[in-house]
Design a protein around this ligand. Structure first.
Ligand SMILES: Cc1cc2nc3c(=O)[nH]c(=O)nc-3n(C[C@H](O)[C@H](O)[C@H](O)COP(=O)(O)O)c2cc1C
Length: 187
């Protein structure tokens, strides 16, 4: 199979990581793949903050779980309450993906960069997971201000999603079935 399509199909959300740090070479290659994503109006409206500091990742986990407690969704509140649940699955690297507010479509740009990074990670046999739960945290104005400062975000940027990265451990997750009837043709 074509290696790009193979990486796209083999990529799974990894939720169990080995504790060791990614090599600088792998991390740089993954970040670079993100920066080569398409973007609306070529605005490249993304900013990537690489967290490798364990204490900072733990603090982000703690604050995100606290934010989940006020979610209207039962399952999200349950995740916030669970002592075992870790929003970032103890991954050694968490990338916070922020959008530049002045870009035409910062959210779409960030999503394109994230997908590039996930596929690049798979191509290097590195595990990754797209983390949306952190949006509960960034939706809270006081937390947004606190974390924009801690992450040293450039002015005019808003955190959108996180991505976990690390070496895979354990069995790979079973691929979910594909939803049916999601393509139609007009010839
Ligand atoms: C926008 C978005 C947000 C997501 N947020 C989370 C998350 O917070 N935690 C998590 O474990 N997985 C998260 N995922 C991963 C999905 O759960 C996963 O992609 C889906 O279950 C399909 O599994 P696969 O990635 O292994 O194909 C997110 C995916 C997307 C696209």
């Amino acid at each position: 199979m074509n290696p790009v399509i193979e990486a796209i199909k083999n990529r799974r959300s990894t939720r169990k990581y080995a504790p060791e740090m990614l090599s600088e070479e792998h991390l740089t290659a993954i970040l670079d793949a993100g920066l080569w994503a398409p973007s609306a109006h070529n605005d490249q409206g993304w900013h990537l903050t690489v967290l490798r500091n364990k204490e900072m990742i733990e603090a982000l986990n703690t604050d995100t779980k606290a934010a989940l407690l006020s979610s209207p969704l039962d399952w999200a509140r349950a995740m916030g309450q669970s002592p075992h649940f870790h929003v970032f699955y103890h991954a050694p690297v968490v990338i916070v993906v922020s959008g530049r507010n002045s870009a035409l479509s910062p959210l779409a740009d960030c999503c394109a960069a994230i997908q590039n990074m996930l596929v690049a990670a798979e191509s290097l046999s590195i595990g990754s997971c797209w983390i949306g739960l952190c949006r509960n945290l960034f939706a809270k104005p006081d937390m947004l201000k606190k974390w924009a400062g801690l992450l040293k975000l450039p002015q005019g940027h808003t955190p959108q999603f996180c991505v976990t990265l690390g070496n895979k451990t354990g069995f790979p997750p079973k691929p979910p079935n594909r939803a049916e009837n999601t393509v139609n043709y007009i010839n």
